[in-house]
Design a protein around this ligand. Structure first.
Ligand code: NDP
Length: 256
């Protein structure tokens, strides 16, 4: 008999951080199309409302929750408000992230701190705040957005690489602490995708030439290609998958 509920997210509520654009918005839409009710997080109220309206016009169930993921008090208040006003968070996608580029010897302390705050501290803050509710229910899915830079460095982005390597191991730590309580915590690691964050790289013909040679698939990723992995890690299909980092990178990290 066919099991058509294995990948279904019907009735589940998903909080996606950094969901006003880029990968976060695409993942929110993808989870919504598989039945999830979506909670869009970000800082800019206009961008969030525009994203919500867009999803609503597509027939999806979406609300917004504006808070800065680097502010632990705001995170706890924001997560509690979602649980109180809308209902249980079944799926968390820790997606909000930033990039800063400079040679390491010139890298400023301010940029280092911003990267660690957004890319690493926030995963702990939001993960812990949401997990406290999930643990009481004995179920929940957490997906931490990692990167090819969880494994490999590139010139000019050593601090970003440090944060994404740490998110990979934080994912394993979360799984180790919480799997026995019914949570599945995994990482989703995108390769190079055409988003606002990578705008300058996409325009850079030399970089694109290098990337296409370096990536076995021979091209940039399109953000929609991340959805299948996110649905898998959000659904019952991954009920015994824990602490895994799923690379979606056209084979980049499989190849030298
Ligand atoms: P974008 O810059 O396009 O979007 C980032 C999102 O995060 C925005 O919605 C932004 O909204 C939000 N955000 C940033 N800071 C905060 C904050 N402090 N609190 C709440 N929301 C915040 O990024 P991408 O879509 O490209 O990247 C998303 C994730 O994917 C990141 O973790 C990134 O590291 C990772 N990634 C991206 C790759 C790529 O090719 N693009 C490759 C590998 C990993 P606002 O500014 O309004 O708050």
């Amino acid at each position: 008999m066919m099991d058509d509920t294995l990948f279904s997210l019907a009735g589940r509520r998903a909080l996606v951080t950094g969901a006003s654009r880029g990968i976060g918005l695409t993942l929110a839409r993808g989870l919504g199309r598989h039945g999830a009710k979506i909670v869009l997080n970000g800082r800019n109220p206009d961008a969030l409302e525009a994203a919500r309206t867009m999803l609503e016009n597509e027939g999806l169930d979406a609300v917004t929750a504006r808070f800065d993921v680097t502010d632990q008090d705001a995170v706890i208040a924001g997560v509690d408000a979602i649980e109180h006003e809308h209902g249980p968070i079944d799926i968390l996608v820790n997606n909000a992230g930033i990039q800063r580029r400079a040679p390491l010897e010139q890298f400023s302390r301010a940029d280092w701190d911003a990267l660690v705050a957004t890319n690493l501290n926030a995963v702990f803050f939001v993960g812990q705040a949401v997990a406290r509710h999930m643990l009481q229910r004995g179920r929940g899915k957490i997906i931490n957005i990692c990167s090819v830079q969880s494994e490999l460095a590139r010139p000019g982005i050593a601090p970003y690489t440090a944060t994404k390597g740490a998110v990979k191991n934080l994912t394993k730590g979360m799984a180790t602490d919480w799997a026995r309580h019914g949570l599945q915590v995994n990482g989703l690691a995108p390769g190079y995708f055409q988003t606002e964050m990578n705008e300058n790289l996409v325009k850079d013909k030399e970089f694109t030439k290098w990337l296409c040679q370096r990536t076995p698939a021979g091209r940039w990723g399109q953000v929609g290609e991340l959805v299948g992995a996110a649905v898998f890690l959000s659904s019952d299909a991954s009920s015994f998958v824990n602490g895994h980092i799923l690379m979606v990178d056209g084979g980049l990290t499989a190849s030298v």
